[in-house]
Each structure stands twice: as C-alpha cells, then as structure tokens.
Design a protein around this ligand. Structure first.
Ligand code: SF4
Length: 197
C-alpha cells in the first residue's frame, strides 16, 4: 500500500471537511454531519460563583468556586480557579492551589480507614472508632517506651524520640497548625511536611 504523508493526509481531511456541508460524508469516509451539529456546553454554564480563599498557605490567594444544584438536589462543586480581581494573586494559583478542587471532590480519595494487621498481606476496611483507638494506643505505648527526660549531659529535654510525624501536602493551614500543636504537646521532635520534601 502506498504510504501517505502527513501533508497529504491533512489535505484530504481539509478537502473532506469543506465538502462535508454538501455531501455529509468526508473524503476520509465518515459522516461528519452529526459532529458538526454538536453544540458546545460549558461545564460551568448556569453555575453560581462564590468567592473563597485558598486554604493551603498564608499567601491567601483568592478563589472563585463554581457550584450548581444537581437533578437530585445536592450541590455540586464544578470548578475552582483563581480570582482575577484579587490584588494578591490576580487570577493565578500555584500548583497546589490549582488542585484545591481535589481537596473537596476527589474520585481517588480513600473514603474509610484501611488497616493491615501484623503479618497480613491485605488491607481491610475498618471503622473510624477502630482506627482512632488503635492509633491512640500505639502512640501511648511508643511514647511511654521512648520518652526521654534528659540528654547525655544531664540537660532536661522531655522529648519523645520514638515517634515521627509527616504532614500531608493536602493539609490546610489550620490542620497543619493543629497537628503541629498536638505533636509538640506529645514531645515529638521529628516533624516533617510532605510539601517540603
Ligand atoms: S494558591 Fe498556592 S500560594 Fe496561593 S494560597 Fe494557595 S498554596 Fe498559597
């Protein structure tokens, strides 16, 4: 079969599209009538626009959130973007802020705690009560076992050396503040934040 160049292919497509209005069938052999009649509908058509602020850091970039009531009555969050009228961010968002929609609506979010028992190879879904109880017990056991009141030189340090904490990049500023306060209160000194790594 004779090879067709990219230029020839595009030429055939253009000729077909031009003739399609008359014939309904492009030179490439398929009917483009239906495709040419498709009307574009914006995803945010008819949506309510609300003003908000990005929760991720103290820069405080302004957001526009688009919502619409779905047929079943619940309000859908359709889109979040930077507010062009804000003197702080002038419509722009950093990569983290640009994904803030995912903070509220994410199909990939795991909706319930998962637990893999010692020796098990599979994760199983557990209740929030089970997960919180398990976490509290493990933290208490590790803290009691590894709490140090003074260092080798006799200085009072009162710190827990057996637990480390890594905050997630999807923490809001308030969640980060609360987590840090809790960890410091427990005497934990090994603190890190995923967004810094
Ligand atoms: S968009 Fe980025 S820079 Fe702006 S507030 Fe959010 S995290 Fe901070």
């Amino acid at each position: 079969m004779e090879a067709i160049t990219r230029r020839q292919f595009l030429g055939v497509g253009a000729a077909g599209a031009a003739g399609a209005g008359v014939l309904g069938v492009s030179a490439l052999g398929f009917d483009v009538t239906e495709a040419s009649q498709v009307k574009q509908r914006l995803r945010i058509e008819g949506a309510t626009v609300s003003h908000s602020v990005c929760p991720y850091c103290a820069v405080g970039c302004a957001l526009l959130a688009y919502t619409r009531q779905a047929d079943d009555g619940h309000v859908e969050l359709l889109q979040i973007e930077g507010d062009p009228d804000s003197p702080v961010n002038e419509g722009t968002l950093c990569p983290k802020g640009a994904t803030s929609l995912e903070l509220a609506v994410s199909r990939r979010r795991v909706p319930a705690p998962l637990y893999r028992a010692p020796g098990a190879t599979e994760w199983s879904q557990v209740s929030w009560d089970f997960a919180l109880e398990k976490l509290a017990r493990n933290i208490k056991t590790s803290r009691d076992r590894t709490f140090v009141t003074s260092d080798g030189d006799g200085n009072v340090v009162n710190r827990c050396e057996g637990i480390a904490f890594a905050g997630g990049a999807a923490f809001s500023s308030e969640e980060g503040y609360l987590a840090t306060k809790l960890m410091r209160g427990l005497g934990i000194v090994h603190l890190e934040q995923q967004a810094r790594v």
